[in-house]
Structures are given as structure tokens and as C-alpha cells.
Design a protein around this ligand. Structure first.
Ligand code: ZN
Length: 310
């Protein structure tokens, strides 16, 4: 309804389905959605279009959620390959876990701080997270690292953000949501909301040293068992992993349908050049959870070689 309001005076193409954009922007405020529509108008204007089509909205949503594409960032072939396997790992694990959000899009075009992104699209607005889903999310986050380990036999900084998010989720499962069988339905570490002091400094400890050790062990246990699940999925689906990575290297971006085709062992066919991003002729839909950043060292150009003119 908010999108309808903000697009009331905007000429929309016949292919526009606002509900798809709405589905991919849970938690967006009215101002966020207004911003999204404005960005879409800019994309349309840049291509000399008189109306905003679904592709413009999709591009705008990606930009608002994930930051601007950085096509100027020149990556070496080795980095591209690493990113392709990393994202393919996330995708593969996501596809093999029941009850996780469908994969919407996977790309190895750098965006913001990320070298690649695997997006999932929730089927419904969700605020409540079940324990199963939390565990699956951790396994999904581990998919990138495990693929790098298995295929390339390496660990890179690219998984840093995944690991941080997985650890944070596991910590909240144990300390906030009572999802540890060992510790039971209690909360640990009541938060003093003294945000102005910064970070965890003000978190007061309301438990014993022994409990602290149990908490650490439980967090480690959750992360490690889901790391093992991810690794097992990647290990037993290596053909699909190689096919996904190869397709990513060729096309840079794959949509959910193409991912399914590749996993089924089919070849994807499409005329569009690899420069076209974000949906193209395929029906673009909305996104939600951005996963798998590969933050670059120092928060800028990162490990990329000296930037050359593209
Ligand atoms: Zn990742």
C-alpha cells in the first residue's frame, strides 16, 4: 500500500508487480520505499525510458539494500574464481536445506563492501525465527567458507562477515532465546542499553564463570555443527558446485530459476550479455536477506590489484 502511494504519480510499466517488490522489502519504512521509487525513476531516466519497469524497481531495490555496484573494481581471475565458489557454496547449501528461503539471485559483481552476494527471498513477512531456521541460517552462512575450503583448499577474509553473523546468531540463540538444551530457557547477560558507551562494555554479567564457559561451549557447538552440515552438503554436491561457479564466472549473475536449472544438471541458455545485471529478461522479483559479504581488507579497494581503467 505504501508503494502504491509513492508510485501514484509515477508512470509504471505494464510489467510492474509492486507486490513482488513489497515482498522483498520487509521492514522498509515509508521513507525507504520512497527512496526506492526515486532510485527506480533515476534508473529509468538513465535509459531514456518513459515509464519505470520492474527491472528498474529491482535494480533500485538492490541498490538500496546492498549498495552501489562497483563494476570499476577490478578483480583478478583468482579473486573472481574464489568469489564464484564462495557464492556457489552459499547457494548450494541454501538449496539443500529444507525450510530456508528460496534463493532469489546470486552474483559475483562487487557491490558496496561485498565481492559477491547471494540473496534469498522470504515467502512471507517473518519476524519470528524458529530454532531450525536459525540453525539453517548458520549453515547457509557457512556455505561460502566450506566451498572455498573444499575446492580451493583455502580460507580467505571473504568469509569474515559470514562468520561474524553466524556467531552472533548462535550467541543470541543461547543467551537471548533460550534455544540451548544445556542452558535451558534463560537469558544471560542482561543488556544495559548504554549504547552511548559503545559496544558490549556495558553488558553486565549475571552468571557465574562456570556458566560463561558453558555458554561459550554451546555457541561453539551450534556454529561447528552447522559448519559440518554445510561442509557435508558441499562435499556431496560437488558437481553442482562446480557448475554453479562456472555459470557465475560466465554470467556474473544468476536468478533463482537458473540456479535450479544448474542444480538439476541442465544448461542455462540466455542471449543476454554478461554485462546485463539484475534480472534482465527473467522476471525480477524482490529480495530480502543479503548474505555473504566478502568484506575487503581496509574497507575500500581491498585485496584487489591496483585499479586499472575498466
Ligand atoms: Zn559469504
Amino acid at each position: 500500500e505504501i508503494l502504491k502511494v509513492h508510485t501514484r504519480k509515477t508512470p509504471l510499466g505494464a510489467d510492474v508487480i509492486l507486490s513482488k517488490i513489497a515482498r522483498g522489502t520487509p521492514g522498509f519504512s515509508g521513507a525507504d520505499l520512497e527512496n526506492l521509487v526515486n532510485e527506480a525513476a533515476l534508473f529509468a531516466a538513465r535509459s531514456d525510458k518513459k515509464v519505470i519497469d520492474q527491472h528498474d524497481l529491482e535494480q533500485a531495490k538492490d541498490k538500496v539494500i546492498m549498495g552501489v555496484e562497483r563494476k570499476s573494481l577490478v578483480l583478478t581471475d583468482v579473486e573472481k574464481r574464489t568469489t564464484a565458489y564462495h557464492e556457489a557454496g552459499h547457494t548450494l547449501v541454501g538449496k539443500n536445506l529444507p525450510g530456508t528461503d528460496p534463493i532469489h539471485k546470486v552474483t559475483i559483481i562487487p557491490r558496496g563492501m561485498a565481492l559477491g552476494v547471494t540473496q534469498t527471498l522470504p515467502n512471507e513477512d517473518r519476524v519470528n525465527l524458529s530454532k531450525d531456521r536459525a540453525e539453517n541460517t548458520i549453515a547457509f552462512l557457512m556455505g561460502g567458507r566450506t566451498a572455498e575450503e573444499i575446492v580451493l583448499n583455502q580460507q580467505t577474509t571473504g568469509a569474515g562477515n559470514d562468520i561474524e553473523r553466524a556467531t552472533d546468531l548462535a550467541r543470541r540463540m543461547v543467551c537471548e532465546w533460550g534455544m540451548s538444551e544445556v542452558l535451558g530457557p534463560l537469558t544471560f547477560g542482561g543488556k544495559e542499553e548504554q549504547i552511548f558507551l559503545g559496544r558490549d562494555i556495558s553488558q553486565h554479567r549475571d552468571y557465574s564463570e562456570q556458566t560463561a564457559q558453558t555458554i561459550d561451549r554451546e555457541i561453539r557447538d551450534i556454529v561447528e555443527r552447522n559448519y559440518r552440515r554445510a561442509k557435508e552438503i558441499v562435499r556431496t554436491n560437488q558437481k553442482a558446485l562446480h557448475d554453479l561457479a562456472a555459470a557465475l564466472l560466465e554470467h556474473e549473475t544468476l536468478d533463482g530459476e537458473e540456479v535450479d536449472q544448474i542444480i538439476r544438471g541442465e544448461k542455462i541458455t540466455r542471449p543476454r550479455p554478461s554485462e546485463t545485471v539484475g534480472g534482465g529478461s527473467n522476471p525480477p522479483t524482490a529480495v530480502a536477506a543479503v548474505t555473504t559479504e566478502s568484506p575487503v581488507k581496509g574497507g575500500g579497494g581491498g585485496p584487489a590489484p591496483a585499479p586499472l581503467p575498466a
